[in-house]
Design a protein around this ligand. Structure first.
Ligand code: HEC
Ligand code: HEC
Ligand code: HEC
Ligand code: HEC
Ligand code: HEC
Ligand code: HEC
Ligand code: HEC
Length: 352
């Protein structure tokens, strides 16, 4: 996992855009930036006031290499009801830092590390560091699947603490949780009622925005079968995109394929996908992990429900389906009618 927070006074090279080029959105100077988060999709900048950090008003869209305004609008995130309307008045301690650091202390506002560091996933490590042994450190792989997934879900989810406010302040991360404890005693996932499109969810319950891999994954069949986030990702870093253990299509086929009891149940992969080998439409993630969850502007991350969103779900529930995502030139109804002619899928499930 990449560095998420860096002190630009020590490493000025982390600031991706060129701040010497004037831009009407950018009302701050390089020297005003005390901290930086992000490097992959978007980069955000913070100013220090007292012992708190506050977001500056512009963020860098890494994909398009442009500045965009940054202010969380009232009525979007649940916590906007409890904070002033301007980002510049909203401290990162209660709203961000618990997920972008290790051991953020809500009283001292200190951290052990400004990053997603070892102890966030392995629990306290001082004793282990002085006397390394398997018995004095948490190995997420040895936890049951629910607790194992919670190691990741503590940060990769939208939710709120069970008790809020805490000492008068509203927090957006599971204060008090550490690996080894039970996340459900600290955190509840953002609620959703079927049929409602909200800031966080499409009407069918699929997440709508980034940082919701956990909310999605708990609804999947794989989750109920004991598959974990780290069945697919190695967070210590790999050469593959998103720290995948293997390139995506190789990875899925470790557990799936014509001969696997996990499906798909066709003689060949192409009979399941109806796209040629090598075609983007033949990749498992093309249809089972569409990029429909917004992180900034039109840059989206992938759904983690693994459910196939049907063209009729798009008509009735306004959730984008993967066929139309690639075949945008085709008329409405085309994908649904095509699917009806693909005999291995139930028309009652995908063609209605
Ligand atoms: C974002 C979460 C996360 C972070 C951060 C993280 N780990 Fe891990 N670590 C895991 C998970 C999950 C496993 C078990 C699955 C695997 O091996 O990937 C693991 C496994 C390991 C293992 C293998 C244990 C065994 O018995 O085989 C070692 C060693 C390890 N981590 C060391 C570290 C060190 C040292 C750091 C900090 C530099 C670190 N980890 C940071 C999540 C994390
Ligand atoms: C509950 C945990 C949590 C909270 C609270 C949180 N984040 Fe994050 N943030 C994440 C995770 C996990 C990701 C990466 C996954 C994703 O974006 O889908 C992320 C991604 C990001 C990124 C993009 C990183 C990149 O490389 O592109 C930025 C920037 C960011 N967060 C800033 C913030 C700011 C600013 C706040 C507070 C206003 C905040 N986050 C609050 C967990 C959190
Ligand atoms: C302390 C909070 C935290 C925990 C715990 C955590 N993550 Fe993350 N994760 C983040 C943030 C923040 C980012 C965005 C990093 C960046 O700026 O690029 C991220 C990014 C990622 C990415 C994208 C990396 C890339 O380069 O594309 C993956 C994959 C990921 N996390 C998986 C996991 C898995 C699997 C676990 C559990 C073993 C886990 N994370 C635990 C906060 C966390
Ligand atoms: C570690 C093994 C493992 C890996 C890796 C894996 N799967 Fe699965 N998958 C399973 C299991 C187990 C099931 C449940 C099968 C059953 O009980 O019918 C499943 C079920 C599914 C289902 C059916 C779920 C539903 O809602 O109907 C889909 C779709 C799926 N996987 C897609 C993928 C994709 C896409 C990938 C690659 C990104 C992948 N899987 C990687 C083990 C795995
Ligand atoms: C072109 C789109 C498309 C691609 C690509 C695709 N699938 Fe599917 N998949 C579907 C549809 C449609 C269904 C049926 C969904 C339903 O019935 O609700 C499905 C169902 C499944 C199921 C559950 C039913 C069964 O047959 O067992 C599994 C498992 C599955 N796919 C795995 C995969 C894997 C693994 C890959 C990559 C090798 C893949 N899919 C690629 C469209 C696709
Ligand atoms: C069955 C395999 C599988 C499981 C389980 C899984 N992921 Fe992923 N994840 C993927 C694949 C495949 C990608 C897309 C990589 C790409 O686009 O090249 C991905 C992408 C991501 C990304 C990067 C954002 C994006 O969409 O590109 C993050 C963050 C992430 N996963 C976190 C998680 C977390 C947290 C969990 C558990 C709650 C999890 N994943 C469970 C396969 C999986
Ligand atoms: C990741 C992008 C992608 C996704 C998702 C995708 N396709 Fe395709 N599709 C392609 C590409 C590229 C071709 C042309 C090359 C080929 O035949 O594989 C194609 C070809 C086709 C063709 C034959 C040529 C034509 O235009 O008539 C049909 C039919 C089709 N797709 C239907 C579907 C349906 C239905 C879905 C959803 C279940 C779907 N596709 C999902 C990319 C995609």
């Amino acid at each position: 996992m990449a560095n998420v927070v860096t002190d630009p006074r020590v490493h000025p090279e982390v600031i991706l855009p060129d701040l010497s080029k004037p831009n009407p959105l950018v009302t701050f100077k390089k020297e005003d930036i005390a901290f930086v988060y992000g490097s992959k999709w978007k980069q955000r900048y913070f100013q220090k006031a007292g012992d708190d950090y506050f977001p500056l008003g512009a963020q860098w869209d890494v994909t398009h290499q442009v500045w965009r305004a940054y202010n969380v609008a009232k009525g979007t995130d649940w916590w906007t009801a409890f904070y002033p309307p301007e980002n510049s008045q909203r401290p990162t301690g209660p709203l961000c830092d618990g997920c972008h650091s290790v051991n953020y202390d809500i009283r001292s506002k200190g951290v052990t590390e400004w990053n997603v560091g070892c102890e966030k996933c392995h629990g306290p490590g001082a004793e282990h560091a002085s006397r390394p042994s398997r018995t004095n450190i948490v190995n997420p792989a040895m936890l049951d699947a629910i607790q194992g997934n919670n190691v990741c879900i503590q940060c990769h989810s939208q939710g709120r603490p069970l008790k809020n406010p805490i000492e008068g302040t509203y927090y957006d991360w599971p204060v008090g949780f550490q690996v080894g404890l039970d996340l459900k005693n600290f955190w509840q996932l953002e609620e959703h009622r079927l049929g409602e499109q909200t800031f966080t969810h499409f009407a069918d319950g699929t997440a709508h925005k980034n940082r919701m891999q956990g909310n999605d994954f708990v609804t999947s069949v794989m989750y109920t079968r004991g598959v974990t986030c780290f069945s697919c990702h190695d967070v210590h870093g790999t050469a593959n995109d998103a720290d995948l253990l293997k390139p995506a299509n190789v990875l899925c086929l470790e557990c799936h394929g014509p001969k696997s009891p996990n499906g798909p149940r066709t003689a060949t992969i192409e009979e399941h996908t109806h796209h040629k080998p090598g075609s983007p439409g033949n990749e498992c993630i093309a249809c089972h992990m569409p990029k429909i969850e917004q992180t900034i502007a039109d840059v989206n991350v992938r759904a983690h429900t693994f459910r196939f969103v049907t063209p009729s779900d798009t008509e009735t529930l306004k959730v984008p389906n993967p066929c139309a995502g690639c075949h945008a030139d085709k008329p409405p109804g085309w994908a649904r009618d095509t699917l009806k002619t693909w005999p291995q899928f139930s028309p009652w499930r995908v063609g209605n």
